[in-house]
Design a protein around this ligand. Structure first.
Ligand code: SIN
Length: 522
């Protein structure tokens, strides 16, 4: 039975396209649950301007673009459609701010980052509703992402103080050798829609902790979460010009990206998104020889060996496959199950999928699977299913669009390596299962891809655990765990899945330059 608040949400989101968002959004957000003491109403985080030099600014052209709620297709507001000239201006601002920000002490930066983290945590529920309204994931999952995002700020507040240089033993009595680590400079960032909060804090938190300044372009689908983070950064006391967010539509995205990649004032570029776009940005960064971090697509194997605890493996698959409706770059993409436990695993997995997953608008209580990001994503998922079925796969459950941007959680068996769902990154709720016989066979299949972001396996054989963890060609390996992302860990891929690492103490290194100082004449 929908509650009064739910009814208000549905009817508010169903109002005509061009109603003023701010008042509408206030009705929606403020009536779901009252904000906690100390937290603000979600509507107060809604900004219709970009954030440059500590100010809310329009595009110089005055143009805007609409942001759409993927759960119902309604326009939820509009933000500035900035172009290359706006981006260049933001870069100059960040460059100027860098001259003073790099002189701050690590402790000063740490205090501000900690305050920013606390504010994000304090406003978790409201930020989660905002995130769900623009991206679609269930509000409880959004709240988890906000905590994950705040976790990066908290972690980098600590890591800022642990950046240390070195003194190397001298081979010459008259000389001393020092190694300094210094902030790299203005850092350009391009972030994805699937984690509209945490992918920003994972990058910007590290950069700001290191003493760098930031120009960031959020995904056109999810600018509001980025702008909300700017508001809290300002409130935390992070000075003007240190964090700048440039919003742009899909049409302008390539000129904004090119400006970030080719500007000589930007010395570092970090991108999370598709391998195709990552390669393009890498080429553009070559012109100024920038330091580059890329978190690109995956094609994760998920292996269930014969010694596995099948129930635990099923639970692990649920997290690895259906988190964010399958729209993460670390989602299980190819599920390999040993022939001796294949039938048991498929039966149990299908039962849990049918019992536990509820597809719907993420703002509604009980939803576990929100919409896919847009119609194109639904069409791609459906094409994967049709392709697999035409090549002999069997649909165990799901397999159909549910209208709008919703797609049934789908299990396929009889998947083979020539099917699109095994060769390409799925980025949606299809679990394709493949039977295997031996460890050598499955490790060979798992590694037979140009991607190398994550891999998972379930086994209770300790020798096999060591062997397979070492043999998988990926940057992240989950052993008897299906969700392994944490702020503390080095996140990043091998092969075409990317360059560099984000998170943990490795993440801050990406924003530091090494300087060797030789003191002579001693
Ligand atoms: C991603 O999908 O880009 C990141 C996922 C994560 O941090 O777990």
């Amino acid at each position: 039975m929908p509650t009064l608040a739910t009814v208000r949400i549905i009817s508010a989101f169903s109002t005509p396209r061009h109603r003023i968002f701010s008042s509408l959004h206030k009705v929606i957000m403020d009536n779901v649950t009252p904000p906690k003491p100390g937290a603000r109403a979600a509507s107060s985080f809604v900004h219709d301007k970009a954030f440059v030099n500590g100010e809310w600014v329009p595009a110089s052209s005055g143009k805007t673009f609409d942001v759409v709620n993927p759960a119902n297709g309604k326009v939820i507001g509009s933000v500035p459609d900035m172009d290359a000239s706006d981006t260049e201006m933001a870069i100059k601002v960040a460059y100027k701010a860098f001259q003073s920000w790099k002189e701050t002490t690590a402790k000063e930066r740490s205090v501000l980052l900690k305050k920013w983290a606390d504010l994000v945590n304090q406003n978790r529920e409201e930020l989660a509703k905002l995130l769900t309204s623009e991206m679609g994931k269930p509000v409880a999952e959004s709240a988890g992402e906000i905590m994950y995002g705040a976790g990066f700020l908290d972690l980098f507040a600590e890591e800022a103080k642990r950046v240390e240089g070195d003194i190397i033993q001298t081979p010459m009595k008259s000389r001393r050798i020092l190694v300094l680590k210094q902030p790299i400079g203005v850092s350009g960032m391009i972030t994805p829609w699937n984690f509209p909060n945490a992918m920003i804090t994972r990058k910007a938190g590290a950069a700001i902790a290191a003493g760098c300044t930031v120009v960031l372009k959020p995904a056109e689908d999810t600018p509001y979460s980025a702008l909300a983070l700017c508001e809290l950064a300002k409130e935390a006391g992070i000075p003007a010009g240190v964090l700048n967010v440039v919003t742009s539509s899909r049409d302008n995205a390539s000129q904004v990206g090119k400006m970030i990649c080719e500007s000589p004032l930007v010395t570092k570029m970090s991108f999370t998104g598709s391998t195709f776009v990552g390669k393009l940005l890498l080429q553009q960064c070559a012109s100024t020889v920038k330091k580059v971090s890329l978190e690109l697509g995956g094609n994760a194997p998920f292996i269930v060996f014969e010694s596995a605890d099948v129930d635990a493996a099923v639970q692990g698959t649920m997290g690895a496959k259906f988190r964010c409706s399958g729209q993460t770059c670390v989602c299980a993409n190819r599920i390999y199950v040993h022939e001796s436990i294949f039938d048991e695993y498929v039966r149990k997995f299908a039962a849990v999928v049918e019992k536990d997953l509820k597809v719907g608008d993420g703002i509604l209580p009980g939803t576990t699977q929100g919409p896919l990001i847009n119609k194109k994503a639904v069409e791609k998922i459906d094409a994967h299913v049709q392709d697999a079925v035409s090549k002999g796969a069997k649909v165990v459950c799901g397999g159909k669009s549910m209208g709008g941007n919703f797609y049934e959680p789908t299990i396929l068996t009889g998947v083979t390596g020539d099917m699109r769902c095994a060769k390409e990154e799925i980025f949606g709720p299809i679990a394709g299962i493949i039977k295997f016989k031996t460890e050598d066979e499955v490790v060979g299949l798992a590694n037979a891809t140009t991607s190398g972001l994550s891999g998972y396996f379930y086994s209770r054989d300790i020798s096999q655990i060591w062997r397979v963890a070492e043999r998988l060609e990926s940057g992240l390996v989950g052993v008897n765990e299906g969700v392994i992302s944490m702020p503390e860990v080095p996140f990043g891929g091998w092969k075409e899945s990317g360059l560099g690492r984000e998170g943990g103490r490795y993440g801050i290194e990406e924003y530091l330059e090494i300087k060797y100082v030789c003191m002579g004449g001693l």
